[in-house]
Design a binder for this molecule. Structure first.
Ligand SMILES: [Fe+2]
Length: 206
């Protein structure tokens, strides 16, 4: 073999440690429609495709709860094949009392952020454009620079419009005319302290 510059071939999995073991295992199994590949009272490995595990939950009793004021991984994202799969997942989870904490159209993606029982965030998303070239075109046309965070939406309304026959394109594409975003991400996502600070700052610079 030769020693050279090599990149990973894929992103494989992530692992969370928790003191709320059963609740976390149940939440990830439910949200991802995953199956247990191996599990005992110390760790559970789960997958939803041909990878041997996509998520693992490690049981560590006595861990301190996470707060939003800590540096670290903000979220992990899972991409669905299309808007109907995402909205169907939204409806299924809403039926079980699991609602997104931040539904937002980022321009390149339509995203639903969920909070797991330990306050880690998981983004369920679709790509709004079929190709990377079309994303690049969107990023270059100036609209994203006006609002680089995104446009909030109501997933219930999106679901109803889709059921009524609206096209995926009209439900996911940004308007031609974009206003700068003034509101910070919702407090349910940011944490109350950071939402308050960002809100104050935005009021001052308005
Ligand atoms: Fe993301």
């Amino acid at each position: 073999m030769e020693i050279g510059s090599v990149r990973p071939s894929k992103l494989a999995h992530f692992v969370v440690r928790t003191g709320r073991y059963r609740a976390m295992v149940d939440w990830y199994l439910k949200v991802l429609e995953a199956e247990v590949v191996f599990g005992d009272d110390q760790a559970t490995f789960m997958s939803y495709d041909d990878e041997h595990h996509r998520v693992a939950i490690v049981h560590m009793p006595g861990l301190l709860p996470k707060t939003r004021a800590m540096a670290g991984v903000d979220h992990v994202a899972f991409t669905y094949a299309n808007l109907d799969d995402l909205l169907s997942t939204y409806a299924r989870l809403a039926g079980e009392g699991i609602e997104p904490v931040w539904p937002i159209n980022h321009g390149a993606t339509t995203s639903l952020y969920y909070e797991d029982p330990d306050a880690n965030y998981v983004e369920l998303q679709i790509d709004n454009f079929p190709t990377r070239a079309e994303v690049d075109e969107f990023l270059a046309d100036g609209r994203f620079a006006i609002n680089p965070i995104g446009i909030d939406f109501d997933p219930r309304e999106l679901l109803e419009r889709r059921k009524a026959g609206a096209s995926i394109d009209e439900l996911t594409r940004w308007p031609e005319h974009v206003e700068p975003r003034r509101d910070p991400p919702p407090a349910r996502y940011l944490g109350r302290l950071h939402a308050l600070l960002l809100g104050l700052r935005n009021r001052l610079v308005r």
